[in-house]
Design a protein around this ligand. Structure first.
Ligand code: ZN
Length: 356
């Protein structure tokens, strides 16, 4: 119970990419040294998770320039040569970012994350998770010049994601997580086609499937929105839909955003990854703070279905802070686990000597 993991990304070593760069990323290694450097970065990411005490391990997304580009750069029908500016996420964070253009039908010419999964499994004996960008969020992060409608683009993306997810599951991936921050934004579309498109991406996959819905990385424009927002009613629409969906696990950020853990009741019965680590600050939580956040979720989710987690990816953080936060996550979960075990033991009647 209370198995810990990170949402997905860890900061990259600064010899691989400058700290804090999350879009339009340029890697610091030349083409001939990059694969070796990425392997080494994954080794470090796995080592840091082992050392901190994570129960489920990822590759920290060390091989990707961006969590979505890791997929889209490998697909045909997408042009990265001439990118354009787009206001994504419904304009919520008031930023225009560089996005690639969709110029033809989306296809997956080859496996994308299979080698990364195999490398990860060579370096850990613990359960592993691979993250994939969800179809709605991926469509939102592209400039569509071919399909004409986001749902049509997302449907083809779901097709290639499903092929990818099947291959990962067949090769021993324990959890496949789809990142869908757009599920907190385009609520009508989530209801109309977002959930069914996500289910299509996960259809028939023989691994645990998860969806991560959050408010984005802990970067200034997101933090500005989070600190002023007080309206979390969207969970009353999305969580009941996800509760009856075929997706096994739901990941929700609860630490920094002020989301009341009582919304977790709306997803009762599902496995829940609950964000108990704020990814928007370098301050490292104490294990006691993490334990308090886990206890706050326990009235709404059974301990064997609760996975303490980070709010979102930690790529904008320093490596020191990320390591500290993972350790606090593991130590905080251990505190609560110990409490729960001793409570259970206290409830078991002691077997005495039979009376003569
Ligand atoms: Zn996130």
């Amino acid at each position: 119970m209370l198995k810990t993991m990170i949402t997905g990304s860890l900061p990259r070593p600064t010899w691989l990419a400058p700290q804090n760069q999350i879009s339009s990323v340029s890697l610091r290694l030349a083409v001939d040294t990059l694969p070796e450097g990425q392997d080494d970065a994954v080794r470090l990411a796995v080592f840091d998770q082992h050392e901190a005490g994570m129960d489920i391990v990822t590759d920290g997304e060390q091989r990707r320039r961006h969590y979505i580009w890791g997929l889209t750069e490998e697909l045909s029908g997408i042009d990265f040569n001439r990118m354009v500016k787009k206001e994504t996420r419904g304009g919520r964070y008031k930023t225009r970012i560089d996005v690639a253009r969709v110029t033809g039908p989306i296809c997956r010419p080859r496996s994308i994350f299979l080698d990364a999964l195999r490398f990860l499994k060579q370096h850990t004996t613990q359960p592993v998770k691979i993250t994939l960008p969800g179809p709605m969020t991926t469509a939102d992060t592209l400039a569509d010049e071919y399909y004409g409608e986001p749902r049509r683009l997302a449907a083809d993306l779901a097709g290639v994601l499903n092929d990818e997810a099947h291959e990962l599951a067949e090769n021993g991936c324990d959890i496949i997580q789809f990142d869908e921050p757009c599920f907190n934004i385009y609520l009508d579309a989530v209801e109309e086609w977002g959930i069914s498109t996500l289910e299509a991406a996960a259809e028939g996959v023989r691994a645990k499937t998860a969806v991560h819905i959050c408010y984005g990385y802990g970067v200034p424009q997101v933090l500005a929105w989070k600190t002023t927002n007080t309206d979390w009613h969207h969970y009353h629409r999305t969580l009941p839909l996800l509760r009856t969906s075929t997706i096994d696990m739901i990941s929700i950020e609860c630490a920094a955003s002020g989301v009341d853990p009582s919304v977790l009741e709306l997803a009762r019965g599902k496995d829940l990854m609950v964000g108990v680590i704020d990814v928007g600050t370098e301050d490292v939580e104490t294990p006691a703070t993490v334990a308090e956040r886990i206890r706050a979720a326990l009235p709404y989710v059974a301990p064997d279905k609760l996975y303490p987690c980070t709010d979102c990816g930690m790529i904008p953080r320093s490596r020191t802070a990320a390591r500290g936060k993972m350790k606090a996550l593991a130590d905080g979960a251990r505190l609560v686990r110990t409490e729960l075990v001793s409570k259970t033991m206290a409830g078991i009647p002691r077997v005495g000597r039979p009376k003569k």
